[in-house]
Design a protein around this ligand. Structure first.
Ligand code: ATP
Length: 374
């Protein structure tokens, strides 16, 4: 199932002109500088911005040249930067606002689970006016989910929150896509939120979509805006396993087929669930299950064969996918790991020549450090 959209919004000093198609699943981040049109695009998808174009959610048409389904007839959830709750109603009445208006057949049967998952059960009787910013936002997300949406639109849901509230909600958002079982569009200008939450990235600039990428593709762009203030990094999705008595925590990645040409026999540490394993230390207390690792290009070295007598534990078979000259004698490599995961490595042009590395070369990625995104 796909989402197909095209909109043209003409304002006095701004034009939104977009046309895109992407899978109707997972989290798509709308990322780009302030004023590039992220909110305008979200509003057009919701039907709040009436403009020429089309919008298809799978087989359902919400807008084309002959049809415009009004916003109240679209089954969507919209969460704004600041939660607009009904201040005179309790948390429970706020949560159930859309749910009560649904025909019985459309009501989700996991209402209690969602309320519990968002940590709202103890707050149900409380008035909405008495909530903190983070609590309000959790109620807004719960209310949107309970209206059984077929599309969830989140417009910078964390931007108005302080650091503590952000830390409280981010882990919940990570599981939102699975909980909601619907496609999610997530507006942000925070690269760290894209890295943690997104499956796809629509990179916007001046009212247009510059790139419509998977997260891996977005991170593979050497001069991506995702790195504007930071170093080049890669994200690996996988499963965190229980820690060993010696303190090491296995992280298994790449459950799918690799298609990289890396020889099966080369994989040193095969796990049951994934194509490869990365050992972490210092994460004994971390919650097991789905997780993401962030690996900086500067923390990855390359060798042509496994290296013994070295402190680096993680030595993963890899293949060079691309090489980009970053200037000042630095070259950015994109390495493909078993299972199709990709990580960047930053090497000197001198080392590249010494190792005679080329696109397609088989090698070993030596990972010096990896940060668990929790
Ligand atoms: N009601 C309006 N009338 C006229 N221009 C508007 C209106 N709303 C927004 N704009 C302009 O449209 C452009 C896109 O705005 P939009 O809010 O979609 O950007 P954004 O990418 O979401 O920005 P931010 O990240 O700062 O929230 C901006 O130049 C803005 O000034």
């Amino acid at each position: 199932m796909t989402i197909k959209a095209a909109f043209k919004v003409q304002r006095a000093r701004f034009t939104l002109d977009v046309n895109f198609e992407l899978p109707a699943q997972g989290v798509t981040a709308l990322f780009g500088p302030s004023g590039c049109g992220k909110t305008t695009l979200l509003r057009a998808m919701a039907g709040l911005e009436r403009c020429p174009g089309h919008f298809w959610l799978g087989e359902q048409c919400w807008q084309d040249q002959h049809l415009f389904v009004p916003v109240h007839k679209r089954r969507l959830g919209y969460v704004f930067q600041e939660a607009s709750l009904f201040a005179h109603l309790s948390v429970q009445r706020n949560l159930e606002y859309g749910w009560r208006r649904l025909p019985q057949a459309l009501r989700r049967d996991d209402k209690e689970q969602i309320i519990d998952w968002l940590g709202l059960t103890p707050l149900l009787a409380q008035g909405a006016a008495e909530l903190s910013g983070g609590q309000r936002q959790r109620v807004a997300i719960g209310r949107a989910l309970l209206s059984s949406p077929e599309l969830l639109l989140l417009d910078e849901p964390l931007s108005a929150l302080d650091g503590k509230a952000k830390r409280e909600i981010l882990p919940l958002l990570e599981h939102l896509s699975a909980q909601a079982k619907v496609p999610i569009f997530y507006v942000t200008h925070a690269p760290e939120e894209v890295e943690r939450l997104a499956d796809r990235v629509l990179l916007m600039e001046q009212g247009q979509i510059k790139h419509n990428d998977s997260l891996q593709q977005a991170l593979a762009r050497p001069h991506s805006l995702l790195y504007k203030d930071d170093e080049v990094a890669g994200i690996i999705s996988g499963q965190l396993r229980p820690s060993l008595p010696d303190g090491r925590v296995p992280f298994d990645y790449g459950a799918g087929d690799s298609g990289t040409g890396v020889d099966e026999a080369d994989v040193g540490e095969l796990s049951d669930a994934g194509a490869g394993r990365i050992w972490l230390t210092g994460h004994e207390g971390a919650v097991m299950g789905a997780a993401r690792l962030r690996i900086l290009a500067s923390d990855v070295s390359v060798a042509l064969a496994p290296v013994t007598c070295i402190s680096i534990v993680n030595q993963l078979p890899a293949q060079v996918l691309s090489m980009t000259d970053m200037g000042q004698g630095r070259v950015l490599l994109r390495l493909s790991l078993k299972g199709g995961e990709q990580i960047p490595a930053q090497l000197s042009a001198y080392s590249i020549a010494q190792l005679d590395l080329k696109i397609g070369s088989n090698c070993y990625a030596l990972i010096k450090a990896a940060a668990l995104l929790v």
